[in-house]
Design a protein around this ligand. Structure first.
Ligand SMILES: [Zn+2]
Length: 330
């Protein structure tokens, strides 16, 4: 049981092995239990958590999260997420608003979402070291000032696009222009690319990435089906500047093949966890990564190092040194 002080906002990132609580104790160390070298620990960073709702926009009940703005609901949401992370062996997560938020006040509502995700990060910066915001392509040129604001005032790490919610196609030239503006601030373009949604088709991601070859893109949800997973091999082949998260994949076997072919640096652990009560557990993919045939260095990249590099996060003080990674020869 970790000391109470480990939960303080200023505390160092918590690790799998130090997870507290009765359920966490049962899976205290998936790193050493499932292939990690004895005594070593894995710092797991999940790059894909949503704080908020999408489900009213996806067929869920309108009332589903009507009370989520209440203080008590916010406390339940945070406590639930931390418990899920502890139980699942996830030390830290990158948080993104839910793209299903309603915006009767237009860009003011989008600004409020960005303010809220920055505040969420700041409540537990030890667990949420970076937050990603949203701009809406339907706001056209009005979004440029918001891009500047999230970088300069909120210190967000990136901006997420999920065009199935945004009323535009991923090949919208507004998105391309936004990404150009973001690049000047070092904001990471986080692109939902669920191929089964025509507006998020992988060919549109490919076109965007090839148009801006100096920018590194993080694609989310791209391994969501067998066909789209195979499609990702093609995207990776023709666009070296696209990284992929593991969300929605039904197993890790194809991603293991992907990592062997294109390099583990192209894959980031992500789970698409939504707020309570929708999100209940960390994806089974984590266990499959730990049990996979990838070597230890590759697992470390996928589970944390790649995220730290992309979002410029500080190394966990508990993580092995970089010198020890290089000793693996990978
Ligand atoms: Zn998402």
């Amino acid at each position: 049981m970790a000391p109470k002080g480990a939960r303080a906002p200023a505390a160092a990132p918590r690790r799998v092995a130090h997870a507290s609580g009765p359920e966490a104790a049962a899976v205290a160390d998936p790193g050493s239990a499932k292939g990690g070298r004895p005594g070593e620990r894995l710092d797991v960073v999940d790059v894909h958590h949503h704080v908020g709702s999408a489900f009213r926009a996806l067929g869920g009940p309108i009332e589903a999260d009507a009370a989520r703005e209440a203080v008590q609901a916010a406390q339940v949401e945070l406590a639930s997420r931390l418990e899920i992370m502890d139980r699942g062996g996830v030390a830290q997560a990158i948080v993104i608003p839910g793209h299903g938020y309603e915006r009767p006040n237009g860009i003011a509502d989008t600004r409020a979402e960005n303010d809220a995700i920055a505040a969420y990060r700041d409540r537990r910066r030890d667990r949420f070291p970076a937050a990603v915001g949203i701009v809406e392509p339907r706001d056209g040129a009005a979004s440029f000032a918001e891009i500047d604001r999230v970088a300069n005032e909120l210190a967000l790490a990136g901006l997420s696009f999920h065009t199935r919610f945004q009323g535009v196609s991923l090949d919208s030239q507004w998105i391309r222009r936004y990404v150009e503006r973001m690049a000047g601030h070092g904001l990471v373009p986080v692109i939902h690319a669920m191929d089964e949604t025509p507006e998020e088709a992988l060919w549109k991601l490919t076109a965007l990435a090839r148009a801006l070859p100096s920018v590194t893109f993080l694609a989310l949800d791209a391994f969501g089906s067998y066909e789209s997973t195979r499609h990702c091999f093609h995207v990776a082949d023709v666009a070296a500047n696209v990284l992929f998260d593991t969300s929605l994949s039904y197993n890790f076997d194809f991603i293991e093949e992907f990592a062997n072919r294109f390099g583990a640096e192209r894959v980031l652990f992500g789970t698409d966890l939504y707020s309570h009560p929708v999100g209940r557990r960390i994806s089974h993919i984590l266990g499959q990564i730990l049990e996979s045939g990838l070597d230890e260095a590759a697992k470390r990249r996928i589970l944390g190092e790649n995220a730290r590099r992309l979002f410029r996060l500080q190394d966990s003080p508990h993580a092995p040194t970089r010198a020890s990674f290089s000793s693996d020869g990978a």
